[in-house]
Design a protein around this ligand. Structure first.
Ligand code: SAH
Ligand code: SF4
Length: 446
């Protein structure tokens, strides 16, 4: 890198908010910074470059970012040479608000423009200008292949298969924040999977907003099930996971792939969002509850013990008590292993933000509490019914809380904590579930 001597010995600190895509993007940011000879710092206080990789999908993570940014004001006053960078979905959606609330920010970069980060940093190092931050937020560009990645050590790695989203669900800011959907070429994905295997990872999680639409924009005729088959054939990979599946594009071919490919785990994260057809229609989800239920039934025919997890929103504009109760019914009928449950939030620029009949905060809160109570009970019962069974567990490493114990995940993505040794890390072992919890099991190796 041409100017890298100017940052020799400098250190970076990165804080990541939000989803797995952001975790993966932060690995690219680390790779880019290490390419500039930045070294990691233990805290923001010790860093010459502070990066927030932000989330805009709901109000809460966004408020957290603004509050964390507020804390940096004092840091910047004490050490004006510190560079402050805001990346991620907030950078893309609300750059002006960031400038207003934190005028000391040096660089604002959207998720599709990460490749430009190194030269923006070099442009800014030692050249604080009073004209405000450098801003790059073009969500229409394609993320270049071959950006470096610095992944945390471990057994499991993320690999992107698609960027962006074309679905424009009425509540969702993602298509605006991450731009139109683009599939990576199969060869590029396979090469990255081979690279992570060479680095010692044994599990891959394939990431996309809607992995089932993988390949629609490529001319090689391959779809997501074909991609799974190709990844399954990569030597050294032991487990394959993927997220997120969209119910409108989930094919029987994919279900057959889960059944037939030995490394693909028997777990579908399939966001339902609501159990009511009218709410689903206004959410623009493109399916009915009957379609969803049929999909679940079919999946269970292909793979009888498949685990289902989901995302649910309560209090979408206009949602009545009766419509909400259909979401409760849906949880009882489907029996999700786990669910991520959210109160609806207005997001800038989305269709739902303009809809009438917003549900009052106390009503949303009460619906969320009722839904969480029900789903927790279901998750606990599901796990309790599995006590005594033996599961294949991929050992992630020592359990941070229980000395002499290790932790790992079953193929159904449930946590298992059991007596064991650190050198089992990365190994597949058979473990009997002895006690069930909401989060998974405590067990013993057999
Ligand atoms: N691509 C994934 C989800 C991305 S966002 C999918 O299509 O399912 C993750 C979850 O956040 C969503 O599934 C939804 O449940 C929730 N979410 C998104 N926008 C929201 C909003 N405005 N208010 C509340 N929850 C929201
Ligand atoms: Fe958002 Fe819908 Fe796209 Fe998921 S599919 S990212 S919920 S717009």
């Amino acid at each position: 890198m041409l100017y890298s001597h100017t940052v020799m010995g400098s250190r970076y600190y990165i804080e990541t908010f939000g989803c797995q895509m952001n975790e993966r993007d932060s690995e690219t940011i680390r790779g880019l910074l290490e390419g500039l000879h930045y070294a990691p710092a233990d805290s923001a206080q010790d860093a010459d470059l502070i990066i927030f990789n932000t989330c805009a999908v709901r109000e809460k993570p966004q408020q957290k970012v603004f509050s964390r940014l507020g804390n940096l004001r004092a840091v910047k006053q004490q050490r004006p040479d510190v560079l402050i960078v805001v990346c991620g979905c907030m950078a893309q959606i609300i750059p002006q608000q960031i400038v207003q609330r934190a005028p000391f920010v040096d660089i604002i970069v959207g998720p599709r423009n990460l490749g430009e980060l190194p030269h923006l940093i070099m442009e800014r190092v030692g050249h604080q200008s009073p004209d405000g931050p450098l801003v790059r937020t073009d969500a229409t560009v394609t993320i270049p292949e071959g950006l470096p990645a610095s992944r945390p050590r471990g057994v499991s790695a993320y690999v992107n298969v698609t960027y962006g989203c074309n679905n424009f669900c009425a509540y969702c800011v993602v298509p605006y924040a991450r731009g139109p959907e683009v599939s990576r070429k199969m060869d590029d994905i396979l090469n990255e999977v081979r690279r992570i295997v060479a680095q010692g990872y044994v599990e891959v999680t394939l990431l996309g907003q809607n992995v089932n639409s993988y390949g629609h924009d490529l001319d090689d005729g391959h779809d997501f099930a074909d991609l799974l088959e190709a990844v399954d054939a990569v030597e050294g990979i032991q487990r394959i996971r993927f997220t997120t599946s969209h119910p409108k594009d989930c094919s029987e071919k994919l279900l057959a792939a889960i059944r037939d490919l030995p490394k693909v785990c028997e777990h579908l994260h399939l966001p339902l969002q609501s159990g009511d057809d009218e709410v689903l229609r206004r959410m623009r989800r493109g399916y009915t509850f009957a379609h969803y239920k049929h999909l679940v039934t079919t999946a269970r025919q292909y793979v009888p013990d498949i685990a289902f997890t989901t995302d649910l929103i309560v209090g979408f504009p206009g949602e009545t008590e009766e419509q909400f109760s259909r979401t409760l019914d849906a949880c009882r009928e489907i029996g999700f292993d786990q669910a991520f449950m959210f109160k609806y939030n207005d997001r800038p620029g989305t269709a739902a933000a303009e809809m009438p009949d917003k549900v009052p905060e106390q009503v949303k809160q009460s619906r969320l509490e009722r839904l969480v109570a029900l789903q927790n009970e279901i998750s606990r019962q599901k796990n309790e019914a599995l006590v005594g069974e033996i599961f294949e567990v991929l050992v992630e490493g020592p359990d941070p809380k229980a000395a002499g114990h290790v932790r790992g995940r079953t193929r159904h993505n449930k946590l298992m904590i059991f007596p064991g040794e650190g050198q089992w890390q990365g190994k597949l072992v058979e473990v009997r579930a002895e006690k069930a919890f909401l989060w998974g099991f405590k067990g013993r190796r057999v």
